[in-house]
Design a protein around this ligand. Structure first.
Ligand code: NAP
Ligand code: ZN
Length: 350
């Protein structure tokens, strides 16, 4: 075992602070990774605050990990020392159930192991995430990062990227479709970039008029201010697809009214109770509301390769680990442009 530096929260009200944690020795099928950068997802904040009532402390968040391979086990041929690699939200699964066989490890019927706050099968206790110096992961859960991408700006692809790419791909968004992305934060800005790259007519649906100009620069053809009833009415029954990244429970009725007949709104943001939905919002127009969770490993690699080909990365603000608590305060106020990424040198040099 190796002792390494990390940042952790001790309880739901605590600020993150330094903690020494242990990583397992590199096993036959393992890849040991020196963490260079780690994105800051709103899920990190939810877990620190125990919003989903399943947090185990100390919580070491972080599931948008980019790093260099430090060491590989004897059974690893796909990666070598020095490779640029990524780790997202998953570090293990049973690999035998029907979900795993269908490359949907995130829905593993025997319980996927998430990068943090999951049962650690090797060391006991629970898993610790990427706000740390290094991580040791089974080779099947390590991703190749295209070398043409800026590694800092590629970090958020590992969660925000795949979470938005997967539903757009699964629901078959295609050229010419009118696609709305709700909420311009970490997920939302990637949703707009992907929908735009797929050739859709993209509309950023936001509560923040001040973000309109940025939305257009990110690839939005139009901006719709969701608090403006007249604008919402003008777009009624017109969307082929909606991707909803709002991080809290909310009234979905106004958004459902934007869907065309037979169209779907996919919820990825609110992992908590949603306000009551009027049946008529779906019945009138045979509309659907669905959900989606990150993506499997195969699709995550496909998304990274798509990003390599189309030169898609995140718009990021770099921070030192020592500023993580301020970054969380800004996330709470929807004030992020559009993903914080931690430079892990700040942890290593501390
Ligand atoms: P984020 O960067 O904080 O962005 C969320 C955006 O939603 C905000 O910038 C804001 O955009 C909008 N918003 C916030 N509060 C709102 C409210 N009360 N009503 C309407 N709009 C609101 O968060 P994120 O990192 O993108 O994550 C979004 C959510 O997705 C989180 O809950 C996270 O846990 C979840 N998540 C889910 C998955 C999955 O697999 N399903 C994966 C990753 C994250 P505007 O200012 O434009 O309105
Ligand atoms: Zn995330």
């Amino acid at each position: 075992m190796t002792k390494i530096k990390a940042y952790a929260a001790d309880n739901k009200d605590a600020s993150l602070k330094p903690l020494v944690i242990e990583r397992r020795d590199t096993l036959k099928d393992d890849v040991k990774i020196d963490i260079l950068y780690c994105g800051v997802c709103h899920s990190d904040l939810h877990q620190v605050q125990n919003d989903w009532k399943n947090s185990v402390y100390p919580v070491v968040p972080g599931h948008e990990i980019i790093g260099k391979v430090l060491e590989v086990g004897a059974g690893v041929t796909k990666f070598k020392v020095g490779d640029l690699v990524g780790v997202g939200c998953l570090v293990d699964s049973c690999q035998t159930c029907s979900a795993c066989k269908d490359d949907l490890e995130q829905f593993c019927e025997n319980g996927a192991t998430f990068t943090y706050n999951s049962k650690d099968k090797h060391l006991g206790g629970h898993t610790f995430g990427g706000y740390s110096e290094s991580v040791t992961v089974n080779k099947d859960f390590v991703l190749k990062v295209p070398e043409n991408l800026d590694p800092k700006a590629a970090a958020p692809l590992l969660c925000a990227g795949i979470t938005t790419y997967s539903p757009l791909a699964h629901w078959g968004v295609k050229e010419g479709d009118k696609v709305g992305v709700i909420g311009l934060g970490g997920l939302g800005h990637m949703g707009i970039k992907f929908a735009h790259a797929m050739g859709a007519h993209t509309v950023m649906i936001t509560t923040s008029p001040s973000k309109s100009e940025d939305a257009k620069k990110l690839g939005a053809d139009e901006v719709l201010i969701s608090k403006d009833e007249a604008q919402m009415k003008a777009h009624a029954n017109s969307f082929d697809f909606l991707l909803n990244t709002i991080p809290v429970g909310h009234d979905m009725n106004p958004y459902a009214s934007l869907l065309k007949r037979d169209a779907t709104m996919v919820i990825v943001g609110a992992v908590e109770p949603l306000d009551p939905l009027h049946g008529g919002s779906l019945i009138m127009g045979r509309k659907s509301i669905a959900g989606s969770l990150i993506g499997g490993l195969k699709e995550t690699q496909e998304m990274l390769d798509f990003c390599g080909e189309h030169n898609v990365v995140s718009d990021i603000e770099m921070i030192d680990i020592q500023n993580i608590n301020e970054a969380y305060d800004r996330l709470k106020k929807s004030d992020v442009k559009y993903r914080f990424v931690i430079d892990m040198k700040s942890l290593k040099n501390s």
